[in-house]
Design a protein around this ligand. Structure first.
Ligand code: COA
Length: 360
């Protein structure tokens, strides 16, 4: 299914993201609360597009980065409604469904456009996925993670208690099989041979690896059948396991948010995503803030209460060195060719402010 920033009433899956990190810079040396106050001036054009209560909900944040993401989230939600539901910006009112999931309820429309949308924000990036114009509502969900946002904090815990303990801290929201998988399933290493080439107890060593700042001596079988060995820093293995944890988190959140049940879902431990590896980031970054597209993974399986789920499509995309964005959609009966495409980065001025002001 084609994604587009051009309004269209044909069935469409929209996937946008906005990078708020460079937007609305406020003068330095201010206290957090003063920085948020400063947003009133530097983001006055964007804020004026929101209702008074929405503006207040943006300006209530303590940290500027959270206020900016909230502002971007409001803009993206209004934008998708305005562009695809044939309503002026001023009438693109956002309400919440019975579970609290934000939605658009058209009023006075004889044949309203069906729409579901979902937003996520993390470390400056705000994503939006929407389904528009299908015969029935297609539920969608998204989540963004930034695998190194809390790196120092994550490392501090892992160095003290180990990676397995760190995974167990989040035990309540993962299935038991996922907890085992995230701890023990060997990660794929870039050491010039596939994992199948590892011999002896090398795979066990990778499975058991949970401490940083150690060295693993791995035996492997090389091309001519001879045994060789390679030394690997445990930090590389733990980093890969950590990235896989965030990948799993991101996929689960996108699924849970698609359903709208979110924190209220009593079935969190009955949802199992199996065989998921984290998508690799693109390589050769000159700039650590880059959002260059990396790998996309989709070859995992989803089980719910032990039964394979076949009517949900999910994908996880790497963006820059540390971000991953997941999209999830519930496929209606008979629509098997629905797909999730690449995420499209929006430009604040061109794609949002200008469009909003034209259609106010
Ligand atoms: C609100 C919640 C749904 C997402 O929170 P989060 O991951 O911290 O934040 P995200 O940035 O990804 O998502 C926030 C957005 O979720 C949307 N949201 C709020 N309630 C929602 C719901 N019931 N269903 C779907 N989306 C919801 C909102 O649009 C919100 O952004 P906005 O306030 O700017 O409009 C969260 O409270 C939650 O319930 N998470 C799922 C439960 C969990 O513990 N999961 C762990 C792994 S499975």
């Amino acid at each position: 299914m084609e994604t587009s920033v051009n309004g269209s009433s044909s069935p469409t899956i929209i996937q946008w993201f906005l990078d708020t990190r460079p937007l609305w810079p406020v003068p330095g040396n201010l206290k957090p609360k003063e920085e948020v106050e400063g947003l009133k001036t530097v983001a006055s054009r964007a804020l004026s597009l929101l209702s008074e209560s929405e503006q207040a909900s943006v300006l209530k944040y303590y940290h500027l980065k959270d206020a900016k993401m909230s502002l971007a989230s409001h803009l993206l939600k209004h934008l998708v409604i305005t562009k695809y539901c044939n309503v002026p910006w001023s009438q693109s009112t956002i309400s919440r469904d019975a579970n609290g999931k934000p939605c658009f309820t058209p009023t006075n429309a004889t044949k309203p456009v069906t729409m579901d949308f979902n937003v996520s924000h993390q470390a400056g990036i705000v994503s939006l996925i929407a389904s528009v114009g299908f015969d029935v509502k297609v539920d969608v969900g998204t989540d963004v993670v930034c695998a190194n946002e809390r790196e120092l904090h994550d490392y501090a815990h892992i160095e003290k208690q180990g990676f397995f303990d760190w995974v167990d801290m989040h035990g309540d929201v993962f299935a038991e099989s996922e907890l085992h998988y995230m701890k023990l399933s060997p990660v794929l290493l870039d050491i010039g041979i596939p994992n199948e080439g590892l011999s002896g107890y090398a795979k066990d060593a990778l499975s058991r690896c949970q401490w940083r700042n150690a060295k693993l001596n791995l035996k492997m079988t090389v091309a001519n059948g001879q045994e060789s060995s390679v030394q690997v820093e445990s930090n590389i293995v733990v980093d890969k396991k950590l990235r896989r944890f965030y990948a799993m988190w991101c996929l689960r959140e996108a699924y849970v948010k698609m359903t709208g049940e979110a924190l209220l879902a009593p079935w969190l431990k009955d949802l199992e995503i199996t065989e998921a590896q984290a998508p690799n980031a693109a390589t050769g970054f000159q700039d650590s803030t880059s959002l260059t597209r990396g790998e996309v993974v989709k070859d995992f399986k989803i089980f719910f209460k032990g039964r394979k789920v076949t009517d949900v499509k999910m994908e996880l995309s790497a963006l820059g060195p540390a971000y991953m964005i997941a999209g999830s959609l519930k496929i209606p009966k008979g629509s098997f060719n629905l797909s999730i495409g690449p995420w499209q980065e929006l430009n604040l001025e061109r794609d949002i402010l200008t469009v909003a002001e034209r259609s106010f």
